[in-house]
Design a protein around this ligand. Structure first.
Ligand code: AMP
Ligand code: MG
Length: 417
């Protein structure tokens, strides 16, 4: 890993963008793939292009219920109905000029017809239909063979993270399984003598470990295989053992706590023995201290993210550093964050010279304008601010105070798919 570009006298001080770039340079994609049936493919990363083995739709077919005819016959105002075409039951006869076929949505357009006139624009009396002259354009209401997916063309590209639409798309091609990257294994543990696991009594001055649960949730949402390694005390031997086990079992390791000034020396020494890990002071809030690098144990290596201990800082540093790196390791094609612009409903204090991530609630006013306010108390230990929020307000490095009515970038927590 290259030495970070110094932003001040301290070589470990980095902007968010610099830290992101260093991380991107370091991680590489896992290479093992597996073939899975369609229903197990949701959120998995496609390992190779899927080439369409057929045209979808396979035949020109009708987009409406109505009458299939030859467009030149629209001058005739009246046509003889010679048969019916249903979805899955084509009309097999030939259609002569002056004739038409009653047709339903999805039915194959019969040979000799090029246009469908919707039923509501016609009148049928016995075996004859009548309509206004030139009621529709040539080729109207006809879906062309291959217009959705063309035979021989890539229907889905390698690196695609598969969505519900993609599962349906694969099924529409008659494809029952696909090759995907194996799941990324991510081991995580919490450090701190004050931490207690669920079910343990809380001694005075102790707190429940929440970071392992947010990490479990975030890793699962990303499509990783989370490996929970519990709480590890602030003790070099215990930390070393945990780091080695994690390294041998996982592609990436995420720890929380123990990287801030007070504890860092400890972890620093240990990680220097195990590999190449940098302790960064990132110009951001929350989440200033972050350790990042690679460690080795018994011929296995793993990428390590040493996140700060504060629960909100864990989430913010996960989303703005680990997320992209883990997607790269999974072989997923770039997945930009869903950023939108909103008007700030209030004054937000902000110091230039650091990127700030405030928890916000974005909503739309009656005129459809998006506006955002911050959630209650923004302390980096307050998970309630994260739980109430539906977005993060991202205030970039150089930005100063935000005035009411200023436009800000917000990143939505939930997308549709
Ligand atoms: P540290 O970075 O270890 O100094 O931790 C910073 C703050 O986060 C301290 O108040 C810790 O008690 C708290 N903290 C650290 N780890 C956790 C955790 N797993 N769950 C909840 N709070 C934590
Ligand atoms: Mg600690």
């Amino acid at each position: 890993m290259n030495a970070p570009t110094p932003t001040s006298h301290d070589a470990n001080a980095l902007t968010v963008t610099q830290a992101q770039a260093l991380i991107a340079q370091t991680v590489t994609c896992v290479t093992t793939t597996e073939t899975l049936p369609l229903k197990q493919l949701l959120q998995r990363v496609l390992a190779a292009d899927v080439i369409s083995p057929i045209n979808v739709p396979a035949h020109d077919n009708s987009a409406m219920d109505g009458y299939a005819l030859h467009h030149d016959d629209l001058d005739a105002k009246q046509l003889h109905v010679v048969g019916i075409a249903l979805a899955g039951k084509p009309y097999t006869g030939s259609v002569q000029r002056g004739e038409c076929v009653r047709i339903m949505t999805g039915a194959v357009v019969p040979a000799g017809c090029d246009t469908v006139v919707p039923q509501e624009l016609t009148q049928q009396i016995n075996q004859t239909i009548s309509f206004e002259v030139n009621v529709v354009k040539s080729g109207a209401n006809r879906r062309m063979a291959g217009e959705d997916l063309a035979l021989g063309k890539p229907a889905l590209k390698k690196g695609k993270v598969l969505t519900p639409a993609d599962l349906g798309l694969l099924a529409s091609l008659g494809i029952a399984e696909a090759s995907v990257q194996r799941k990324l294994r991510v081991a995580y543990f919490s450090t701190g003598d004050e931490l207690r696991s669920l079910g343990e009594p809380l001694a005075e001055g102790c707190i429940y470990d929440s970071n392992r649960y947010t990490l479990h949730g975030m890793l699962t949402r990303l499509g990783c295989e989370p490996i929970d390694m519990g709480v590890v005390n602030d003790n070099p031997a215990a930390l070393e053992a945990a780091l080695k086990t994690a390294c041998e079992q996982a592609d990436a390791i995420i720890t929380s706590g123990g990287v801030s000034a007070g504890d860092a020396d400890y972890m620093k020494q240990l990680l220097a023995q195990l590999g190449d890990v940098h302790f960064w002071k990132i110009d951001m809030r929350p989440g200033r201290p972050v350790a990042f690098g690679k460690i080795n144990s018994n011929d296995r290596s793993a990428v390590l993210f040493g996140l700060p201990g504060n629960p909100v800082a864990v989430m913010v540093t996960f989303y703005f550093f680990a997320r992209e790196a883990l997607f790269n390791m999974m072989g997923a094609s770039s997945r930009p964050l869903p950023v939108m612009r909103a008007l700030s409903a209030q004054l937000i204090r902000k110091k230039p010279g650091r990127t700030e991530y405030q928890r916000g609630i974005v909503s739309r006013d009656n005129a459809g304008q998006a506006s955002v306010c911050v959630t209650g108390s923004q302390g980096s230990g307050m998970l309630s601010s994260m739980s109430e929020a539906n977005c993060i307000i991202m205030l970039e490095h150089a930005q100063g105070d935000v005035q009411t009515g200023d436009t800000v970038d917000v990143i939505l927590f939930d997308g549709l798919m």
